[in-house]
Design a protein around this ligand. Structure first.
Ligand SMILES: Cc1cc2nc3c(=O)[nH]c(=O)nc-3n(C[C@H](O)[C@H](O)[C@H](O)COP(=O)(O)OP(=O)(O)OC[C@H]3O[C@@H](n4cnc5c(N)ncnc54)[C@H](O)[C@@H]3O)c2cc1C
Length: 133
């Protein structure tokens, strides 16, 4: 659908939102923690930026509640909860971005077994924060 939209009349879709050239190794420094786009701007292909920002906020709140006397430990726990998830988001977003940009992407996608598609996107979209923090 994205590929079609990009090739549609008037070429309305532009894509200037980009990811960090080098993803952050940590979302905090000292007493400052980043969430959302400030921590991990993602290209919009999966439309999950706000969802991931909300996950960040929840994970940060849980980490702070679990270690109210130890900010360092809380922010380490926050990183541990969020860095792998955000890396996975980046991978899936980049994959969909590459598919959308390929001239024959829609045709190629028909050859991807439904099981593979489902496995990739279910693992991503059915993420459960409560199972991890
Ligand atoms: C076209 C488009 C479509 C999208 N669609 C979706 C979607 O369908 N689903 C989805 O999950 N995500 C979507 N996203 C992504 C989503 O909008 C962002 O990932 C999300 O808004 C990030 O939230 P945030 O709070 O981190 O940053 P922001 O929403 O950018 O909030 C940052 C806020 O800080 C303010 N600010 C900046 N500098 C200062 C300052 N110096 N002092 C005070 N305030 C300041 C800004 O004005 C802004 O209000 C879309 C993004 C775009 C561009």
């Amino acid at each position: 659908m994205l590929a079609e939209a990009q090739r549609g009349e008037g070429e309305l879709l532009r894509e200037e939102v980009s990811a960090l050239a080098r993803p952050l190794a940590s979302f905090s420094r000292g007493r400052v923690a980043l969430i959302g786009d400030a921590a991990h701007p993602l290209p919009p292909n999966l439309a999950q930026g706000a969802a991931v920002a909300i996950e960040d906020a929840e994970a940060l709140a849980r980490a702070l509640a679990a270690s109210p006397e130890n900010l360092g430990a809380a922010l380490c726990a926050y990183d541990a909860a969020r860095l792998p998830r955000v890396a996975a988001c980046r991978r899936v977003t980049n994959m969909t971005r590459a598919i959308a940009a390929a001239p024959e992407a829609a045709a190629l996608m028909q050859w991807v077994p439904a099981k593979v598609n489902t496995a990739v996107f279910d693992a991503f979209l059915r993420y459960s924060l409560t199972a991890r923090v």
